[in-house]
Ligand binder design. Structure first.
Ligand code: PEP
Length: 251
């Protein structure tokens, strides 16, 4: 049985005290969520240690939003996978479209980041997804397939057990435009088939594939009802505990 997951990506939002309050509110409401749903909050680096103290011993797991592609040393401003693990992270998001678009994150760098994250005991939430031009040109399958092959195919079936895929069509992120459940399912099934082509059907069945892109309490149920959608990576709606939990109860 693959894991159902709802992960909140806070991005560059909230001050540290605001983030601590948000984490406390998520923990307080987490009992409303079915026990088989994994809840994750991904916070800015500055928030990790204080939020780790809030979620410790609760069912809410801590994630970073990124990590360095180098192990350690003279890389001013970077934060390593080992640092994240020591701060209490269980996960890190990697390859978010905002990092690919604004910070030149390449598939090559993502291979290194993924390798270091896994080596340091972190599970990875690996984001893939096409932009609007690519969708309109009918290239969404090719784009997602290339991103999966370029990164994921460098790892073993054993390592795959520690990787969650998030399909996030860039045109749906923060735009209020959600992919329809049918559009999302079509790509999720395709991603699972692509994974099966390399790792086998059994391994592919075990991989959780999350949908991300303007997911909210009002549309989560329809999305999560699809066979290959195992939860969500949530941006804007993760900044309000009520909305985040409202999504997580939608399975
Ligand atoms: C995201 O950036 O991961 C995301 C899904 O954002 P939003 O929910 O705001 O579209």
């Amino acid at each position: 049985m693959r894991k159902k997951i709802v992960a909140g990506n806070w991005k560059m939002n909230t001050t540290v005290p605001e983030g601590v309050e948000l984490a406390k509110a998520v923990v307080a409401k987490s009992a409303e969520v079915p026990a088989d749903v994994t809840l994750i909050v991904a916070t800015p680096f500055t928030h990790l240690c204080p939020v780790a103290a809030v979620v410790e011993g609760t069912r809410v797991a801590l994630s970073a939003e990124n990590c360095a592609d180098k192990e350690k040393g003279a890389y001013t401003g970077e934060v390593s996978a080992a640092m994240l693990a020591s701060a209490g992270c269980k996960y890190t998001i990697l390859g978010h479209s905002e990092r690919r678009q604004y910070y030149g994150e390449t598939d090559e760098k993502l291979v290194e980041k993924t390798r270091l994250a896994l080596a340091n005991g972190l599970d990875v939430i690996l984001c893939v997804g096409e932009n609007l031009d690519e969708r309109e040109a009918g290239r969404h399958f090719d784009v997602c397939e290339a991103q999966i092959k370029n990164v994921l195919f460098n790892f073993s079936a054993e390592e795959l057990k520690h990787i969650v895929i998030a399909y996030e069509p860039v045109w749906a992120i923060g735009t209020g435009k959600t992919a329809t459940a049918a559009q999302a399912e079509e790509i999720h099934a395709f991603i699972r088939k692509t994974v099966a082509g390399k790792f086998g059907a059994e391994a592919a069945e075990e991989v959780s594939i999350l949908y991300g892109g303007s997911c909210k309490p009002s549309n989560a149920k329809e999305l999560f009802a699809e066979k290959d959608i195992d939860g969500g990576l949530i941006g804007g709606a993760a900044l309000k505990a009520d909305d985040f939990i409202g999504i997580a109860v939608s399975f």
